[in-house]
Structures are given as C-alpha cells and as structure tokens.
Ligand binder design. Structure first.
Ligand code: DCP
Ligand code: CA
Ligand code: CA
Length: 351
C-alpha cells in the first residue's frame, strides 16, 4: 500500500464550548451540558462538560444525578441539539473549502477523518495544513479543535486524543507502534469493555496493554474474536488499512498534480495542465462519456484552494476544446496573485 497521510479532526468539548462561546460569563465556570439535574433527582446523563468540570471527574455519559452530587455549584445547561447541528455544518463547510469533500469522512457531529495524501508531502507540511484548518475554524467560528495526523486512521485518532484540547500532533507508524504499546487495549477503536473482557479472560490478566495483546497469534485472535481479529492484529502493530469513506458526490473524472517545488513558472504550469487535460480526455473517450461542467482547481503555497468552473453541454469534444475552455479558467485563478502554486487540477463532471 502506498504511503498515506490521514488527518483526524475533533472539536474540543463541543457542546459545552459552543455554550461558552455564546455566553461569555460561563468562561471560568464549571459547565455541564445534559439532562436536567433537578437538584440531584434528575434522570438522564451528562452529554459533555468543559475541562474545568472534567478536573472534578465529570464526564460524558455519567448520570446527571452523580454529576450534581460532585459539583452542585456547576452551571447545568440543556442540550440545544438543533443549534449544535447548525454549528457542525458551518465547521464542515470551512473544512471543505480547504480540503476536497471527496477526501472527507464525517464520523460524528464534531469529528472527521481526512485523506490528505495528495495535499502534503511530509508531516511538517501536514502540521502547516492542520494549523491552517485550526486557525480558519477559530477565526470564523471562534471554536477550538484538536488535530492528529498519521499514516492511517487509527493512529491519526490516537494522535488527536493525545493532543487534546486545542492541540496538534503527528505520529508516524514507526513512532505509533512504540507509543501504543503502553496503552490500554480499549484505545483501539472497536475494542470496548466487552471485547476487553474476552482478552482478559484469554490472557488471564487484568488491565491489558497493547503490548500484552501482541502476544496473541493472528490465528488465535481470529478464533477468539472472529473476522475482526485479523484487523486487531494489525491495529496492535500500529497498522490500519481502512480507507476514507466520503459521502457520494456527483460523478466526475479528474486529475490533480502537486508540483515538486511550488511554481510560478507559467510555461511549466500550462504544460502540466495540458497533460492533465489530455489524460482526462483520454479516459472520457474510452468510457464514451459526455460532460456537464469543467472545473479547474488551484492550490497556492499557503494551502488556500480556489476553483473555477464552467457549465458545458457537449457530447462531442476534443482535447483542443478542453484546452480552449480550461486554460482561461486557470489563468483567471492565477493571474491576479504573485503567490506560488502548489497544486493544479482539472476535473469534469459527467453528464
Ligand atoms: N456526546 C453526547 N454523549 C456522549 C458523548 C458525546 O451527547 N456520551 C456529545 C457531546 C459532545 C459531542 O457529542 O460535545 C462530541 O463528543 P466527543 O466525544 O468528541 O466529546 P467532546 O467534544 O465533548 O470533548 P473532547 O474535547 O474530549 O472531544
Ligand atoms: Ca470532540
Ligand atoms: Ca468526537
């Protein structure tokens, strides 16, 4: 498998942070969002709480009555789900302006995996991109998040959890394998308390670490857990081959190219661009497809991405027509800036 870069983003104490943003007087209070505590008689649970509340041991899923017992002086707020969903949508829009939707897998209201393999070339650049995402969200939504970057989804999430709150962390597979050795086996996504018990029984030991679990052979794991045993075997070794599952988007064919060194040389840029158009056209011809829209993509040295598109209703086209239509769109994007170009792309939406 080709080396990948995966970014995991997760908003910090999401519901509670939104409440703090809207009510500045909450800032240094203990804030708990969840069911009504009804002076300790309330049923239901804590949805989340700010980090001050966490320092008292309050956590998501805890009975609200217990939270009330620990911190009766906390500020208890109801769950305003409608509002949190709309904030979540605004955040995903900000991310989609930086990274292609097709590379984003939303996993929950405040969390996503993003395949950034085509955008960055090193962990250093990954950090720059991550910081760009963090500062855009902070600037536009006044909310902090944490980002983890690695070579697979599992380690990206672990890196993110380690950097919480308001942090950013990169882990290579090599580092990851060592780091997770000391961790509990429940760190592995998919291993909950039930599976943990099975492992404990099998190894006749409590509080198992990943290092302990590595003693189990692959075939034994499969016999113990079933099909998932094989992927857990990889996970214990810092490996995870699962891919990003984005939402379905309009069918399109496209090519993107990242310059070895950011470029300002029009000759080089146009020549690469023409090659991409030619290869897209070849694929269109082979598949006998008509096109609806052409899209030109350009990402500058500061990672900012711009696109221009043009509707286009042709069943018959050739390379020359695509050049004629595509090149002016590209020039339009790059002509008014002196920034260097990092990546260009050409995409057609299929009829
Ligand atoms: N949530 C919930 N009930 C749970 C867990 C979470 O209602 N048992 C909601 C409230 C959280 C949101 O989902 O704000 C996101 O969950 P996270 O697990 O990401 O936790 P937080 O964002 O609150 O905190 P963290 O900073 O640890 O990510
Ligand atoms: Ca979160
Ligand atoms: Ca989350």
């Amino acid at each position: 498998m080709k080396k990948r870069f995966i970014l995991h983003i997760d908003m910090d104490y999401f519901f509670a942070q939104i409440e703090e943003r809207e009510n500045s007087w909450l800032k240094d209070k203990i804030v708990i969002v969840g069911a009504n505590p009804k002076k300790g008689k309330g049923r239901g649970v804590v949805s989340t709480c700010n980090y001050k509340a966490r320092s008292y041991g309050i956590m998501s899923g805890m009975p609200i009555s217990k939270a009330y017992k620990i911190t009766p002086h906390a500020i208890f707020l109801p769950v305003n789900m409608k509002h949190y969903i709309s904030v979540s949508m605004s955040i995903f829009k900000i991310v989609e302006a930086i990274v292609d939707k097709k590379n984003i897998e939303e996993v929950s209201i405040d969390e996503a995996y993003i395949n950034i393999t085509n955008i960055i070339k090193s962990f250093k650049e990954g950090k720059e991109l991550g910081n760009e995402i963090k500062s855009k969200i902070l600037e536009k939504e006044k909310l902090t998040c944490t980002i983890g970057i690695s070579e697979n989804k599992m380690l990206a999430k672990i890196a993110c959890n380690m950097a919480k709150p308001n942090g950013i962390k990169t882990i290579s597979i090599r580092e990851g394998e060592k780091i997770i050795n000391k961790m509990k086996i429940t760190t592995i996504p998919g291993i909950g308390p039930k599976t943990e018990k099975k492992f404990e029984k099998y190894l006749n030991k409590k509080n198992l670490t990943i290092k302990d679990a590595k003693k189990i052979k692959k075939q034994e794991l499969i016999a113990l857990i079933g099909k998932k045993g094989s992927s857990f075997y990889d996970n214990f070794r810092g490996k995870d081959f699962t891919s990003i599952k984005s939402k379905k988007i309009a069918k399109s064919i496209g090519k993107e190219y990242t310059f070895q060194k950011d470029s300002k040389n029009p000759k080089e840029i146009i020549s690469v661009f023409k090659k991409m158009i030619a290869s897209v056209e070849k694929e269109l011809m082979q598949k006998k497809l008509g096109i609806k829209t052409i899209v030109v993509i350009c990402r500058f040295e500061n990672f900012k991405k711009y696109t221009k598109q043009k509707k286009f209703h042709l069943n018959h086209y050739d390379r020359e027509i695509l050049y004629k239509e595509g090149i002016p769109l590209l020039l339009n994007l790059i002509i008014n800036t002196n920034k260097k170009i990092r990546l260009i792309g050409f995409r057609v939406i299929i009829k």
